[in-house]
Ligand binder design. Structure first.
Ligand SMILES: *Cc1c(COP(=O)(O)O)cnc(C)c1O
Length: 366
């Protein structure tokens, strides 16, 4: 039996930046300061500079980053926010916590990103308070086209960059286009911590300041609560130091992910498997997903060769059981169709060339 190729392997990833990560953890341990200190500030500075934004505010995870980011833009109870239904329910979780209503937009079959013609129709109907654009699977959406639509209507655009750290279009990176943006540093993301972590980036000083307050009980200064709706959502010093140590490696890891994705797109030639096109810097290969009418059979064929796959995501937001019945009242034909037919192949920087070749041959001999 051939060695197993997993959908991801963080033990391999751990050894790829081990020295830098260990010395950061050790430094924080000895510093005696574990929450909101020098490493957090330094990481926020470094990551803002990397993204090309004026501000970065660390928070506890990517879902909080969406929630606090949206709240800081004035999204509140009863707000209507356009978003996609194929991105794992994270934005819907944040909107539900706020008491805002998701207005689902279908996706484009080719990019699997928000369908901008559909968005334009929804924006034209009026009565929208915001738009969350998810750069799904690592592909930065055409934000200039998004902003053409949202700016015209005076609606803020928010970017969910949890899968797209470092993706670039026209020299600008994900997280620097919208009114604000969220990142997750969950361990499997392109830039991952040794636990949970997240951040909000923005060029708006007031928005950044509101997130800083919201992440710490609403304090405007110690023990003085200036804004309602605050909570405890801080990025701790160990995670910040680890992320800071890993950040210089991110572009190299992203290049490797993109090279693997490029090989898949060029060398997978099976007529029953639809691959995404070859992308440039706008794609950072977070997940490599193909489309097949018989996903289950393809999945079983790969599993029989010890190649593990996954489905991102099997249940669209509007069909989740907790939103009972909503799915029958909303029409998102492309979203529904893709949920039945997408399949994610292994794509992470530590895969060897031989393993990539094995995945390709296995798909082609299906
Ligand atoms: C991972 C992810 C999130 C949530 O991040 P957490 O840190 O797990 O809360 C949000 N949006 C997308 C698209 C994600 O992939």
């Amino acid at each position: 039996m051939a060695d197993r190729i997993s959908i991801n392997d963080l033990t391999r990833h751990a050894s790829s930046a081990e020295t830098a990560v260990w010395s950061s953890v050790e430094r924080v341990l000895r510093s005696g300061w574990y929450i909101l200190g020098k490493d957090g500030e330094a990481f926020e500075r470094d990551f803002a500079e990397y993204c090309g934004t004026a501000h970065c505010v660390g928070v506890a995870n990517g879902t909080d980053a969406i929630e606090l980011g949206l709240r800081s833009l004035g999204i509140g109870a009863g707000s209507r926010v356009a978003t996609v239904a194929n991105a794992g329910f994270y934005t819907t979780t944040a909107l539900t916590a706020i008491g805002a209503e998701p207005v689902y937009v279908d996706v484009d079959r080719g990019t699997k990103l928000m369908d901008l013609a559909h968005l334009a129709r929804i924006v034209d109907e009026g009565d929208l308070d915001g738009v969350v654009v998810t750069h799904l699977f690592g592909l930065l959406h055409d934000m200039e086209a998004v902003l053409d639509i949202t700016d015209r209507a005076g609606v803020p655009a928010f970017e969910d960059c949890a899968q797209s750290h470092g993706a670039r279009r026209g020299g600008r990176r994900a997280g620097g286009f919208g009114a604000a943006a969220s990142f997750s540093f969950y361990p499997t993301k392109n830039l991952g911590a040794l636990g949970d972590g997240g951040a909000v980036t923005t060029n708006d000083t007031e928005v950044a300041e509101r997130v800083r307050r919201l992440r710490q009980y609403g304090w405007e200064s110690k023990y003085r609560v200036g804004v309602r709706g605050g909570r405890n959502s801080r990025l701790d010093e160990i995670q910040a130091a680890v992320l800071r140590a890993k950040l210089p490696f991110l572009d190299g890891w992203n290049r490797r992910r993109r090279d693997i994705a490029t090989r898949y797109s060029k060398e997978i030639t099976h007529p029953g498997v639809e691959c995404p096109p070859v992308h440039g810097e706008e794609f950072v290969g977070h997940l490599y997903t193909v489309v097949s009418d018989d996903r289950q059979a393809l999945r079983a064929h790969l599993a029989a060769a010890s190649i593990l796959t996954d489905v991102h995501y099997p249940i669209p937001d509007h069909r989740q059981p907790c939103l009972a019945g909503l799915g029958n009242r909303i029409e998102l034909p492309v979203t529904d169709d893709l949920a039945r037919s997408i399949l994610t192949l292994p794509c992470y920087p530590e895969l060897s060339d031989e393993e990539v070749t094995r995945v390709i041959s296995c798909v082609n001999t299906w």
